[in-house]
Design a protein around this ligand. Structure first.
Ligand SMILES: [Zn+2]
Length: 363
């Protein structure tokens, strides 16, 4: 098939071309060195695939499903398993800096800051600086329950184009490793996230090596749903989730919000309301959102005095759907709304109903 002389001719001419282009004397036949180059690339590609497999983890995929924020970052997570910080670590490694004392100090800055995170509480704001001659990370931490909402606003106050790595991280329990929920932009936009997994959350900030960064960070936590009874507040919740019922035979799967008979009750989401009468709940409404009610929690409103909607009506968040009463097994108690949330089982509504998060305004 192959004429050896022709092949060697090709090799000759290629070699001479090559040596004309770059004047470097090459002892190896060129086709062998190009094979070697190809093999090098293949090895490199395999290494990348291996790294991707090692870095793409279940929890990252889970987070990608949880929220549509930062789509680009999620694609980076999903396809490459790398965050911008991971990329910077890769760059340190390539530059041979990773194992240097400085590289190690950069890598462990987050661990050092973890020992004394700043507790952000319900409302927090700071203006702070990373000095270029220090290797530091800053950590702002809160503990959140399912149904709470975290709001934040991160902005760069300097005009340098150095990199600031910023991420939202979570651990479910104290002894667990932290996992990245999403990377954050420092562009000053207000962002938020409804918490579907309870745990500790933290915003981690770290500039690249030798960068001076000035920033402003505001954070707030609160509830994620409108309060379902007009004019009522958290203090009107009289019986909490998990209280014993029927002498301990069952548990209270919701909260009771006390209000005058006839007080308007509002939809907490856009969705479809189904009304029914009878049973423990008396006049009650099931409100569900999402497509055909799938992929969404269901909200249960019980003991109504009367309905403001018909079964099957589409409603918007904030629409009045009924009025407080004491129907069903609430006949002998003062009028109240029993409000329940079901998402793969009953969920405590109280964190959802906390006052909405408000960023501090005095800065
Ligand atoms: Zn109740």
């Amino acid at each position: 098939m192959n004429d050896p002389s022709e092949a060697s001719d090709n090799e000759q001419s290629f070699k001479s071309d090559q040596s004309q282009i770059n004047q470097v004397a090459d002892e190896q036949p060129v086709n062998r060195s190009s094979k070697r180059l190809l093999r090098g690339w293949l090895l490199f590609a395999l290494l990348i695939v291996l790294l991707v497999l090692l870095t793409v983890r279940d929890d990252l995929r889970q987070n990608a499903i949880e929220s549509g924020e930062n789509t680009i970052n999620y694609i980076a997570f999903e396809l490459f398993g790398w965050s911008p910080r991971d990329l910077f670590i890769w760059r340190l490694r390539v530059a041979g800096l990773l194992d240097s004392p400085l590289g190690q100090r950069w890598i462990h800055a987050v661990d050092r800051a973890s020992d004394k995170p700043i507790q952000a509480g319900n409302q927090y704001h700071t203006n702070d600086t990373f000095e270029e001659d220090k290797v530091e990370a800053h950590i702002y931490q809160v503990t959140l329950e399912r149904g709470e909402k975290l709001v934040w606003q991160l902005a760069r106050l300097d005009t340098a184009n150095s990199l600031l790595y910023a991420s939202l991280e979570r651990r479910k329990k104290k002894d667990e490793e932290w996992t990245t929920v999403t990377d954050l932009d420092a562009n000053g936009d207000t962002k938020s996230r409804v918490i579907s997994i309870a745990g500790d959350y933290r915003i981690v900030l770290q500039p690249e090596l030798f960068a001076k960064v000035d920033y402003s960070l505001a954070m707030a936590t609160g509830g994620s749903l409108l309060f379902p009874v007009d004019g009522a507040k958290q203090r009107d919740i009289g019986s909490i989730f998990g209280d014993p019922r029927d002498g301990g035979a069952r548990k209270h799967h919701g909260v009771d919000i006390f209000a005058k008979k006839g007080t308007p009750i509002t939809a907490v989401i856009d969705g479809v309301a189904r009304t029914d009468t009878g049973g423990l709940g008396g006049k009650h409404i099931w409100l569900s959102g999402g497509m055909f009610g799938l992929g969404s929690a269901r909200y249960y409103y019980a003991h109504l005095d009367s309905f403001a909607v018909e079964s099957g009506d589409k409603v918007k968040k904030g629409d009045v759907i009924g009025y407080v009463g004491n129907t069903g097994n609430a006949r002998t108690t003062p009028p109240h709304l029993h409000f329940g949330i079901y998402a793969g089982g009953p969920v405590d509504p109280a964190p959802f109903l906390k006052p909405e998060p408000r960023l501090p305004t005095d800065y």
